[in-house]
Design a protein around this ligand. Sequence first.
Ligand code: PLP
Length: 471
Amino acid sequence: MNQEIQRRTFIRTSAAAAVAGMAGCATGGAGGANTLALLGGTPVIAKDKQKDELDMFQWPRVNDAMRQASDRVLVGCKMSASDVSMEFEEKFAKWQGTKYALSFPNGTNSLNAAMYAIGLGAGDEMICTSMTYWASCIGALNLRASVVFCDIREDMEMDPASVEAHITPRTKAIMVVHYKSHPCDMDAIMAIAKKHHLRVIEDCSHAQGGLYKGKKLGTFGDVAGMSLMTFKSFSIGEGGMMVTDDYEIYRRAIRFGHYERIYKHWKPEELAGTFNVPFGAMKNRLNQCAAAIGLEQLKKYDREIAEIHQCKEYFYKGIADVKGISKIYPKWENSNKAGWYSSVSHFDSAAFCGISPQTFVAALRAETGTCCGYQFSMGCDFPLHASSAFYTSDIYHTGRPTNVETLPPGIDMKKLVGELPVASTIRNRIFCEPWFKKFRPEQIDRYVEAVHKVAANAAKLADWEKRQKKA
Ligand SMILES: Cc1ncc(COP(=O)(O)O)c(C=O)c1O
C-alpha cells in the first residue's frame, strides 16, 4: 500500500473512530482506537524520532547570506555603528509601505518610544487589550500615563465595543495589538478613534506583514511598533521596529532614545541647550549584526510566510472532520494571519467528553513531542487586567498606585476596567496548533493523525483527567 492510500485509509478510519469516541462519552464507554501515548500507548511519532522534528519547526530559517551579512558587521567591528541599521530601516519602510522606519534593540522599546512620540503623558489614559504581553502597555507608566484594559472578541482581536465603553474624557490613545497573528477590526477601531479624537498605536509584534482588507497592518494608526525577536515571525534575533508616516512622530521617537541622531532631526534652537540628551533615558540603537540579518530576512520573509500558510491550510484540511476544533481566521476579505505567529484554534471541550484544552494538548504532545516549543501548546498570555501591577503597585514610591498616580483622586481603576469576560476565560477555549515552517505533507500528516487519535480517545482522556484531579 503506498503512503497516500495508507494516509487516506487512516483518515477515514480515525474519523469514524472520532465519532465513535464521542458516542462513547454519553455512555461512559471506552471509545477510541489505538491507546494514547499519554496513557501508555505508542506515540504517533516514535519517541526516538521526536527530536528530528526540529528541522520542521526551527525558526528563523538561517541561511548562508544571513551568516555572511552578520559576519561582515563583526569583522568590520561595526556592531555599534548605524549605517547597516539605516539601510535596514529604509528597506523595511519600503516593504511596510510607510515613510519612516526606526530600528530598536527590542520591540518593547519601539512601543515605549511610540507612546512618547504620540505625546502620551501625565493624566492621560491609554486603552489596551487585556490579552497581550506586558510590553504592549506597561511603558505608559514610565511616561506617567495610565493603562485602562478592554476586552477581546472570541477570535482574540480587541473588541471595538469594549474599546468604546472604556473611553473617558482622559483617554488619549488606543494601543491596538494584532494578537496571535489575528488582525484587529481596524475599520471599527479607526472610526472610534476619529469620533473621539484619539491617537492609535498598533503593536504588530505578532503579525508582521499581515493584511486587513488588503492593507498592511501597521499602516492604519498614527504609528506602529513591533518585536523582531527570535521567536517572532519576522525574526532578526533580537530587535524592534517602529513605523510611521508622520515625521513629527518619527523625530520625537528619535529624541526619546536615538541620541546620536537627535541633532539631525532637531534644530539647535529646538534643543534649547539640551544637546543630545535622550528624553526617554534610553539608548535605543540596534546591534548591527541583527540589522544585517534583518536585511537578508526581508529578501525571503514573504516567501517563507507563504509556505507557512500552505502548511496551515493543509493541516486544517486534514482535521476538518474533527468536531470541536475550529480554525480562527479573519473573516474580512483580503485579510490574513501572515506568518501565523503563535496562532490558536478554538477548542470546544463539550465535543471532547468535557476534557480541558490542557489535557487535550498534553495528549497531543505525548503523541508528537515537544522538541522545540512550536508544536501543540497551550493558548495565550494571562490577562493583564488581572495583574495587581495595574491596581496596587506603587512602582515609583509616590504613595499612590502608579497606574492612577496622575489621574484625579477617587478614580477606581478596578471599576473603570470592570469585568472582561472573554479575556478572563478564553484560555479555556483555545490551544496553539503546530507552527509548521516547511511544506512537507507526509510530515504534517503525523500531526493530523495525532489530532484524530486524541479525538477518538476523548472518553478515555476524560477518565484520565478525572483520576488526575482526584490524585
Ligand atoms: C505583543 C507583544 N508586544 C511587544 C513585545 C515585546 O517585544 P520584545 O520582546 O522584542 O521586547 C512582545 C514580545 O514578546 C509581544 O508579544
